[in-house]
Design a protein around this ligand. Structure first.
Ligand code: HEC
Length: 163
């Protein structure tokens, strides 16, 4: 038992760069081992900072209001890196961390299809189990930005314009 506690303490201390690819949620929304293969990896690699800015990702996600209390996504989720009002920081984290990528995008490994994750964040915003304690919000504004980024990235991929 003590050993398990020690391990837990150790893992919670390890942070930053060396954990970038391993920082996964306890209950993955889908098979994370598939996430960085094939088209998903190509999609993430092609994602471009100018497109990220043009899609309004940081302003949109950082200004969604809670409907049942005060606060913003960034107020609580800056430490875990899920969202940031700082475009560069948000972009860098999204590019590097699978955990963050799968909040925004899905990958259907069988059909090799990347798509916008319309499920996870809205479910959290509706406080669906297991997120019953989570503050409520309407994710549409953020999803619009994610769609814009998705479309720009797909266009780049299709026209072989990744840089
Ligand atoms: C008052 C603090 C607070 C605010 C504001 C907040 N969150 Fe959270 N969020 C949490 C906590 C704590 C958890 C983990 C516990 C839980 O699931 O309820 C969480 C979990 C989540 C998860 C699930 C992550 C996972 O690994 O399953 C998502 C997605 C999420 N939040 C998105 C958002 C978005 C989007 C906003 C803004 C619109 C937001 N949160 C605002 C505190 C907050």
């Amino acid at each position: 038992m003590r050993r398990i506690l020690l391990l837990l303490a150790l893992t919670s201390c390890i942070d930053g760069d060396q954990m970038i690819e391993r920082d996964e949620p306890e209950i993955p929304p889908f098979d994370l081992s598939s996430a960085q293969t094939g088209d998903f990896a190509a999609f993430m690699a092609c994602m471009n900072y100018d497109d990220f800015v043009a899609s309004n990702m940081a302003p949109a996600w950082s200004t969604i209001a809670m409907t049942n209390q005060t606060g913003t996504c960034t107020g609580c989720h800056t430490a875990d890196g899920m969202f940031s009002g700082d475009a560069q920081e948000f972009f860098d984290t999204l590019k590097q961390r699978t955990y963050v990528q799968v909040q925004f995008f899905t990958f259907d490994r069988v059909n090799d299809v990347v798509d916008v994750n319309e499920e996870t964040i809205p479910r959290v915003g509706k406080a669906v189990v297991p997120y019953t304690e989570h503050p409520r919000f309407n994710a549409n504004k953020g999803l619009d930005a994610t769609y814009a980024l998705y479309q720009r990235t797909m266009t780049r991929l299709a026209s072989n314009n990744c840089k």
